[in-house]
Design a protein around this ligand. Structure first.
Ligand code: UDP
Ligand code: MG
Length: 322
């Protein structure tokens, strides 16, 4: 390489939320030892402090004080990891951007492999976790089901087990940064963007310290949100269900009329008006309730988008080197 061609820049985006226990250990012993060896590239590090309430902010600020290539975006409160990634991606200046968790579950020693795939022409390299290392039966079944549904709903690119350990080329980042939705699941959106994508499979480790911020209910809501924001299939399913129930009740009603009023109840069911009413009302109430729930979900999303709020709020005082 001639001295006149500038080395390409790689940006690392690391969302952090209450990671004080393992963060320094992760950076010193796992992460920096790998990234400091990338001699053919310039590097920048963007920590997105997502409303930590422990000393995480202080830790990353101390790093930033020593190195101007270490940047800290500090949110005014917790906005969630998807939004933290969005902020990091917007600030990243790199020719490629690599996002990685700060808890050590995504092994940094694969970073050179991500870069290699990028140099071979891939524009998105996604880290896909080995399924069988997943902790917990429910989590396993849940994520299997989640990806099945995601695919059914038209996101055929999303490979089961895809994680946010990912390299993205500048062209894709520029497109990603144009997306404005608030309800977002980064994986789904990146896949939706297209471009040349490839995967790297890895064993998902266990946390170095601390505990996950995603419990079952948080994951469930994330999954639900991503379905609603990525597709209208739930509405279609509802339509089918409604049609099915209506047809069913129509047939039952016809049966009732014919059996009772035309044939004189040969089956001796003695269904009186109250029973008939109950059949119909139960069905109709069912349809209405489900329809209402789904419609409400969509309206809540429309509501959030039309508010036009910024995705996140940065606390400039505690941010560094931006
Ligand atoms: N994280 C974040 N905001 C949150 C929750 C988590 O920025 O509200 C960060 C967290 O510090 C970590 C990464 O996102 O670097 C993954 O979080 P976690 O390990 O809790 O999720 P899991 O590995 O269980 O999917
Ligand atoms: Mg984790």
């Amino acid at each position: 390489m001639s001295i006149f061609t500038k080395k390409r820049l790689i940006s690392f985006v690391i969302p952090v939320h209450n990671e004080q226990e393992g963060l320094s250990d992760f950076l010193e012993h796992k992460f920096f030892p790998v990234t400091k060896k990338l001699k053919d590239y310039r590097t920048e590090y963007i920590f997105v402090n997502d409303g930590s309430t422990d000393s995480t902010l202080k830790i990353v600020q101390d790093y930033a004080a020593k190195d101007k290539n270490i940047k800290v975006i500090s949110f005014s409160r917790n906005f969630g990891k998807e939004i933290a990634l969005a902020a990091g991606y917007r600030f990243a200046k790199g020719d490629a951007v690599i996002s990685i968790d700060a808890d050590g579950q995504q092994p940094p020693n694969l970073i050179p492999e991500f870069i290699k795939k990028w140099n071979e022409g891939a524009e998105v390299v996604t880290g896909v976790r080995d399924h069988y290392t997943k902790h917990g039966f429910i989590a396993k079944i849940g994520s299997k089901f989640f990806y099945k549904l995601l695919r059914k709903m038209g996101n055929e690119y999303t490979v089961p087990g895809s994680t946010d350990y990912r390299l993205i080329d500048r062209v894709v980042i520029d497109e990603y940064n144009k997306l404005t939705e608030h309800n977002r699941i980064t994986r789904g959106l990146i896949d939706w963007l297209g471009f040349k994508q490839t995967n790297i499979y890895y064993i998902y480790g266990s946390r170095m310290a601390g505990k996950t911020s995603y419990n079952f209910s948080k994951l469930f809501h994330l999954a639900l949100d991503s379905f609603v924001s990525m597709s209208t299939t739930p509405l279609m399913i509802l339509g089918h269900l409604g049609a099915f129930i209506m047809l069913g009740s129509f047939l039952l009603g016809m049966f009732c009329i014919i059996n009772q009023y035309i044939l004189g109840d040969p089956l001796q069911l003695y269904w009186d008006g109250a029973v008939q009413m109950t059949i119909f009302i139960t069905f109709l109430v069912g349809i209405i309730l489900v329809a209402q729930a789904i419609t409400a979900l969509y309206i809540s999303h429309i509501h959030a988008e039309t508010q036009g709020r910024p995705l996140y709020i940065i606390d400039k005082k505690s941010s560094r080197n931006l």
